[in-house]
Every structure is written in C-alpha cells, then in structure tokens.
Write a protein that binds this ligand. Structure first.
Ligand code: GTP
Length: 298
C-alpha cells in the first residue's frame, strides 16, 4: 500500500448530527496540512454549503423540480434525486481517478435520510462503486449530546449496525459535538455491558421497554466489540488527529479484509458466469442436434 494511495471517506448520519460541519472542519484541517481534499456533495437538498465542493449533485439534479415532476415529498425527492445522480456515478469515478495521483482524501457528504444507505439501490451503488476503486471508509456521525440517554443511544447504534451490515465496509463511528458533551459515556456503555444496564435501570423502573432494550443491548454487544470509535468536535476541531488515526486503521482493514473478500466474490461471479455460458452453449448444441435429427450425448 503506497502512502499516497487515495482514500474515500463517506459521511453518513442522521439529520443534524453535524455531517456538513464536520466535512467543513476536515476540509480546513487537511488544507492546513497541505493535503487539500477533493469534496463531493451528494446532498441535493442542502441550501448552503460552508465549503467549496469539487462535485455538487445540485449542479446535476434540481431536487425541487424532481419533487414536483414526480409528485414527491421532501424525502422521496431526495431519494429520487440520488437515484437519478447514480446514473452519472461513472463520471464521478473518472474525475476522482484523474485527481488520484495528487489528492489523498476524497470526502463525500450525504443527506440525513440514512435509509438511503440501509435499503435504497442508490446507496448500495454509491458505496460499492467507490469501494471497488479505492479504499473506502464509512464514517457514521453521531450527535453525542442527543444520544446521551440509553434509549436514543441504542436506537442510533442500531442504525449504525444496519448501515455496517448493508455496506460491509470499514466503519468508524464519529461521536460529534464533544465540545458540548464528551463521548466517554458512550465508550463506557460499549465496553462495559453492566454499565449500560445500570444506565438503563436508572432511566426507568422495570418495564417491557427496558427488558426489550436489555435483549437488544445483548445483540449489540457483539457489534461494539469490533467497532472503531472516535470523539470529535466539528465546532472546535478537537479530535482531528485521532480521527485520521482511525481512518488509517480502517484503510488497513480495507486491504486486509474487505478487498480480498471482494476479489473472492468477483472470482466466484466470474466462475459462475463461465459455467452459465458453458451450459447455454451445451443447450444450444443439443437443440441444433435435435433439429438436425441427430442424437448427442451431453
Ligand atoms: N456545538 C456543536 N455544534 C455542532 C457541531 N457540529 C455541528 N454542529 C451544529 O449542529 C447543527 C447541524 O449541523 P449540520 O452540519 O448542518 O448537520 P448535518 O448532519 O449535515 O445535517 P443535515 O444536512 O440536515 O443532514 C448546526 O447547527 C451545527 O452548527 C459540533 O461539533 N459542536
């Protein structure tokens, strides 16, 4: 792996978690380090970007026009705009490839509608296409102050888990807004199952919800054990160095695990296609022989 190898960083997170502000902070940090990134905005509904995007979905798709043309609400409009944009993704990839010899980091801001990455086709096309070219890391941005109660924490982590499950890409949870509330409580809850159970008990007395949450937290325990986590503040810039340390770890995981698994899958697909072709050819030969009145052994 060369040190100048490009890295795609995709920001995903709930609306208001601070993705755009974090992009701006990372952008400023990398400029200070003389590593100016290439920035791609994939949020068609953002009204004002605090940074200059090299590629902006809004230059290609007019989200308001999509809403009226397809008679959609805001969420449907965003999803459809992204679907329309994925038809141009090959152009994005070729622009990225052109810049790859001079740029290390390629940053992608996404809409707060994270269901795009849990079930829509465009989300999967975007992550798979990017990951097929260069090391790609998904950064799941969490609004730390708004996640300080056990119930919201767990629901946010379940979203994170489903995005990881869907993308299967190296994953980093960035607890943002640590200038307001530190993320240590979250790390403790993830590392110490009993600590989370205590927090649950403090929240309410025994109820159906708490026992459900108890069961769900058992499921999430396995997810936490492989999770990469960092605390950042997009506002103050706190945690930037640690953030890039974790990105490096995620890139290593891409090379050690993701890439070989992807290549194995592609090899399997190629073998299956070869087998299918051979079978089709055999069937064709058989049909030709039958029409000519000959018998063939297959
Ligand atoms: N205190 C504090 N506020 C932050 C931080 N990061 C973002 N914010 C604020 O959180 C709000 C939402 O930030 P955005 O960057 O617009 O969030 P987003 O995730 O891009 O939102 P959507 O585009 O709606 O998905 C804004 O008011 C930001 O100023 C942070 O680190 N600390």
């Amino acid at each position: 792996m060369s040190t100048s190898e490009p890295v795609n960083i995709i920001m995903i997170g709930m609306a208001g978690s601070g993705k755009t502000t974090l992009m701006q902070r990372i952008n400023a940090y990398l400029h200070e380090q003389n590593k100016a990134p290439y920035v791609v905005n994939l949020d068609p509904a953002v009204s004002k970007l605090p940074f200059q995007a090299n590629i902006d979905i809004r230059d290609t798709v007019d989200y308001k026009q999509v809403m009226s043309e397809y008679n959609l609400g805001p969420n449907g409009g965003i999803l459809t705009s992204l679907n329309l944009f994925t038809t141009k993704l090959d152009q994005v990839v070729s622009l990225v490839e052109k810049r790859a010899s001079t740029t290390k980091y390629f940053l992608y801001d996404t809409p707060g509608q994270i269901e795009i990455f849990t079930w829509s086709a465009s989300g999967a096309i975007i992550t798979n296409t990017l990951a097929a070219t260069y090391p790609t890391v998904v950064v799941y941005v969490v609004d730390t102050p708004r996640t300080a109660s056990p119930a919201t924490f767990m629901s946010n982590m379940m979203y994170a888990c489903s995005i990881l499950y869907k993308t299967q890409l190296p994953f980093l949870v960035a607890f943002n807004k640590t200038d307001v509330v530190g993320h240590e409580f979250a790390v403790e809850w993830m590392e110490d199952f009993e600590a989370f159970q205590r927090a649950l008990r403090q929240q309410e007395d025994e109820s159906f919800m708490n026992s459900l949450m108890h069961s769900m937290s058992l499921v999430l325990d396995e997810f936490y054990s492989h999770l990469r986590v960092v605390g950042v503040s997009a506002m103050t810039g706190q945690g930037m160095e640690a953030f890039f340390g974790k990105v490096d770890e995620a890139v290593k995981e891409y090379h050690d695990e993701f890439r070989p698994a992807m290549e194995r899958q592609m090899e399997k697909k190629r073998e299956q296609e070869k087998k299918d072709k051979e079978q089709q050819l055999q069937r064709l030969m058989h049909d030709l022989a039958v029409t000519e009145g000959k018998e063939v052994d297959l």
